[in-house]
Design a protein around this ligand. Structure first.
Ligand SMILES: [Zn+2]
Length: 84
């Protein structure tokens, strides 16, 4: 049986993580009570009026040595076919 495994080429560790990193701008309308149309008594950051995504990036990081790899490395550089 063939299985796919991912190995860090720097330290040979097999625990790799895919990370999705993103940044957002949350906007809240300043109205008569707490900022944000959905906030009345208090300001709650998750009750926003508008959310814009600014940047996003996907990468793979090794849990042991911390090396970051571009997502494209998932094929050919980090993957290993294991026959068991
Ligand atoms: Zn590593």
């Amino acid at each position: 049986m063939k299985e796919q495994s991912y190995i860090c080429p720097i330290c040979n560790n097999s625990e790799l993580m895919l990370r999705h990193e993103a940044s957002y701008i949350y906007s809240y309308v300043l109205d008569s009570d707490a900022p944000g149309r959905n906030n009345q008594e208090e300001f709650l950051p998750y009750l926003y009026d508008k959310r814009e995504q600014k940047d996003q990036t996907d990468y793979i990081v090794c849990n042991k040595c911390g090396t970051k790899y571009p997502y494209a490395f998932i094929h050919g550089i980090l993957d290993r076919d294991i026959f068991s």
